[in-house]
Design a protein around this ligand. Structure first.
Ligand code: SF4
Length: 487
């Protein structure tokens, strides 16, 4: 069990097939997403959830409208506090910046706190290629790093593994005695990680939000690894997507409240780590150097192309937990760092190397559960439809979709064609269904996928129009007979 069963670079259909064929994945997802969705619902009910969502939405709309000013304010305050701000346009820029910082500080070992932004730019690979040791310190991330897998969920990176799978990984990689006791497993990992914390040179984290008015980087964890990563090594680097801003301290706590309740169903997480500056002479701990890397990687293009709403995301993962597609296939099938409904929107828009990214907006039933769960009220189904419409406008729609829609338009533009199509569909489907006992159990390609997992009832033998005409004729007949009887 040293690699994921799903090859992230395999074609989209293959990834989906592999995910659906993995019964352990299904068990792991059903257990975890169901629990997280229930916890979120009760945590939001415990407060006025609707009001909280409206307030967070309002705040994030303000952020998106004033992004350039807020970023300048953040930079000015981080710098005034003694930190250093770096601007990265691309993933390669992030690699260059972080490697430069690491080399200047003679870094050999890097600690990582969980971070989607660094996953997005594959920072670990760049650091390892440069000869450094990188250790993930979030328990879930640590387990998947041992197993050489990427995360499969925004807040629960190892959600695709059952407890039994995790035990197997720890036995194989860390010589753990056989046990299924989560506390024993956690204690073992914690003991190993303690040694790493004591000997690391540099800590790297993401940033749940940065407060513009104070120049403070905030990371939200339940394990305390964020605090150790940012405070123990000599150098601390936070990497944030440029949208992760809260204008004021008050706004930050509003977002924090929505994040905790939506992500894990908690009122507050165990730790909220806030870093505003490097260590000062009288401080008991803290890094000698504090760097903030602000990442674009396609985000300003998203704004320019009308997808700014997706930048309001606070990465809580709630939309994943309620998505009927994610709950079946899990995160790796998306082939991207970001999965689920929000991943299907932003993966094709960010500058990421995702195989068949153009297919992701179609990995949705558009049921709207994600929009209802989102603490920022992001209209994910509309964004997915917009992305699909863009593909049509750009002439990039799939051949079958394009041909089917053209055929539909042609048919609907002529009554004769519409009626003829109805007759052909009725005749054809009834003949085929007569061989399989009433419902169609098999359809020819390209429709074969439909009947692989469900029946297809044949079209009615007589159309509504025909039934209506027959009824009208009968009525006329009866009325005529009555009239002649009365006369
Ligand atoms: S889109 Fe909404 S629900 Fe999904 S991760 Fe972002 S904030 Fe959470």
């Amino acid at each position: 069990m040293n690699t994921t069963t799903i090859d992230l670079h395999a074609p989209y259909r293959q990834r989906i097939k592999d995910a659906l064929g993995n019964p352990h994945l299904k068990t792991a997802l059903a257990r975890a997403t169901g629990r997280m969705a229930v916890q979120r619902t009760s945590a939001m009910r415990a407060v006025d959830g609707e009001q909280l969502r409206s307030q967070v939405r309002q705040m994030k709309e303000y952020v998106i409208r004033h992004l350039p000013d807020l970023l300048e304010e953040l930079e000015a305050n981080v710098t005034a506090n003694g930190g250093q701000v770096h601007w990265a346009q691309t993933a390669t820029d992030v690699h260059g910046i972080v490697l430069n910082i690491a080399r200047q500080a003679n870094v050999k070992k890097v600690l990582k706190a969980k971070s989607m932004a660094t996953e997005e730019v594959h920072l670990n690979h760049a650091l390892e290629d440069a000869g450094m040791t990188v250790v993930e310190t979030d328990l879930g991330e640590y387990i998947i790093q041992l197993n050489q897998e990427p995360p499969s969920h925004i807040v629960a990176p190892v959600i695709h593994r059952r407890l039994e799978d995790i035990a197997e990984i720890l036995q194989e990689k860390l010589d753990m005695p056989p046990t299924l006791d989560p506390q024993e497993m956690t204690a073992l990992a914690r003991g190993k990680l303690r040694q790493e914390f004591l000997t690391a040179d540099m800590g790297v984290s993401g940033c749940n939000f940065a407060i513009a008015e104070t120049g403070t980087v905030c990371i939200v964890t339940n394990e305390g690894n964020g605090r150790l990563t940012s405070a123990m090594p000599r150098v601390y680097v936070a990497v944030m997507g440029l949208e992760k801003i809260a204008p004021t301290v008050e706004d930050a706590f509003l977002q924090y409240q929505a994040l905790c309740r939506s992500a894990t169903g908690q009122q507050t997480t165990i730790y909220l780590n806030m870093t505003s500056r490097p260590r000062q002479p009288n401080d008991v701990d803290g890094p000698d150097e504090f760097h903030l890397v602000i990442l674009d990687n396609g985000r300003t293009d998203m704004l320019a192309e009308g997808y700014g709403e997706a930048l309001m995301c606070i990465r809580c993962g709630a939309c994943l937990n309620v998505c009927p597609v994610y709950r079946e296939i899990g995160g790796h099938a998306y082939g991207s760092t970001y999965s689920g409904p929000i991943g299907a929107v932003i993966s094709p828009l960010l500058h990421m190397d995702v195989t068949n990214a153009e297919k992701l907006p179609h990995a949705s039933t558009l049921c709207g559960a994600c929009r209802d769960a989102c603490p920022v009220k992001i209209d994910l189904p509309r964004l997915l439809v917009d992305l699909r419409a863009d593909q049509v406008d750009d002439g990039k729609a799939a051949w079958f979709d394009r041909t089917a829609m053209q055929g539909f338009v042609q048919t609907m533009q002529s009554r004769a064609r519409y009626e003829a199509a109805g007759k052909i569909a009725s005749l054809g489907s009834n003949v085929m269904a007569s061989f399989t006992g009433g419902n169609l159990k098999f359809m020819p390609p390209p429709l074969a996928g439909w009947t692989q997992s469900r029946d297809f009832p044949p079209f009615a033998r007589r159309s509504f129009r025909e039934l209506w005409q027959a009824r009208q004729s009968l009525r006329k007949e009866i009325t005529g007979e009555r009239a002649s009887a009365e006369s």
